[in-house]
Design a protein around this ligand. Structure first.
Ligand code: FAD
Length: 116
C-alpha cells in the first residue's frame, strides 16, 4: 500500500537525508569560500544533535569524532559523506558503494544518458 501520507519511518528518513546530503555535497563548490566551508561544517556538525533517529545520531557523532568532515571542496565532502554512508551500510549489512562513482550517482548521472 502507498504510505506516503504517513510520518517517515527510519528508512524513509534515511533515504531522504542521504539524498539531501549527497546532493548538497555534489553541488558544493570545488573551491568554497571560508564562509561556505563554515556553513557546511555547521550543517554536518548539527546532525548528531538534530538528526531525528537517536541511535543513528549517536553513531554519527562517534564516527565524526573519529573521522572529522573534510569540507575543503566538492570532492572532499562527497568522499567523506560516501565513506560515512559506507560505515552505516556496513553496520546494517548493506553493500558498500564505490566512492569513485559518487558524483556520477548524485550529480552527473550515468554516461548512457538514462537519467537525462
Ligand atoms: P540508503 O542507504 O538510504 O541509500 C540511498 C541510496 O544512496 C542508495 O540507493 C544508493 O544509490 C546510494 N548510496 C548507497 N551507499 C552510498 C554511499 N556510501 N555513498 C553515496 N551514495 C550511496 N539506519 C539504521 O538502521 N541505523 C543507523 O544507525 C542509521 N544511521 C544513519 C545515519 C545517517 C546520518 C543517515 C542519513 C541514515 C542512517 N540510517 C540508519 C538509515 C540508513 O542509512 C538507510 O538510509 C536506510 O536503511 C534505507 O536504506 P536504503 O537501502 O533504502 O538506501
Amino acid at each position: 500500500p502507498l504510505r506516503s501520507h504517513c510520518p517517515a519511518d527510519s528508512e524513509q528518513l534515511g533515504r531522504a537525508t542521504w539524498t539531501f546530503l549527497h546532493t548538497a555535497a555534489a553541488y558544493y563548490p570545488a573551491t568554497p569560500s571560508k564562509e561556505q566551508q563554515k556553513q557546511m561544517l555547521n550543517l554536518l556538525r548539527s546532525l548528531p544533535t538534530l538528526y531525528p533517529c537517536q541511535h543513528c545520531a549517536q553513531h554519527l557523532g562517534v564516527e565524526m569524532q573519529r573521522r572529522p568532515p573534510d569540507v575543503t571542496g566538492r570532492e572532499g565532502v562527497s568522499r567523506w559523506l560516501c565513506e560515512t554512508h559506507n560505515e552505516v551500510n556496513e553496520r546494517l549489512g548493506k553493500e558498500r558503494f564505490d566512492c569513485a562513482r559518487v558524483l556520477e550517482r548524485w550529480r552527473d548521472g550515468p554516461a548512457d544518458g538514462s537519467c537525462d
